[in-house]
Design a protein around this ligand. Sequence first.
Ligand code: 45D
Length: 164
Amino acid sequence: MTTSGAFETQVKAFSSLSVDEQLGLFWVIYTAMGGSITPAAPGASTVSPTIAQGLFEQVKEKSHEEQLEIMRDLINRKSTLITREYGALSDTTKLLFWYLLAQGMDKTTIIPVPADYKISSQAQDIFNEISAMEYSEQITLFRDIVAPMGVDATTGGVDATTGL
Ligand code: 45D
């Protein structure tokens, strides 16, 4: 896990939300960014599309309820096979994986958010702050948000509930 440290305040604000609020906020950010998501510097980035796609396919095969649990596990850093695989990805590949999940939600191959879903006012404040940032700053922030998710198997201990 490597974080830039540049947006520590925003990362802390994001992660201080409940797990479901983090998911809800991340979803609303995705819908707002939508088509504007493009690779920052093609070639220069350490992204591994095949690896992200492979992990995404594993999640896609699960039921909607299981998919939601997997995303909660990632944020909670619960040790499972999937969260450990996630922990081994580069930060940009982690971000691509979340992007694939969000695209899957659009197609409802991944659990969709109910149409009437509303984020909390606390989450809305964070959303407004992020909206005012440059795209390149947003990427750095999102990388810092998704980097510590999942479990780094080289440093993580054993989870009593899963034995992993
Ligand atoms: O019923 O260099 C709730 C790449 C409760 C390329 C829920 C890139 C209610 C390389 C919890 C709300 C493209 C990677 C349900 C760069 C309820 C490169 C469920 C840039 C069902 C720079 C909520 C990538 C759920 C970028 C399931 C900028 C929420 C990527 C799930 C940005 C939310 C990606 C998800 C973003 C959000 C992804 C999956 C913003 C994903 C957001």
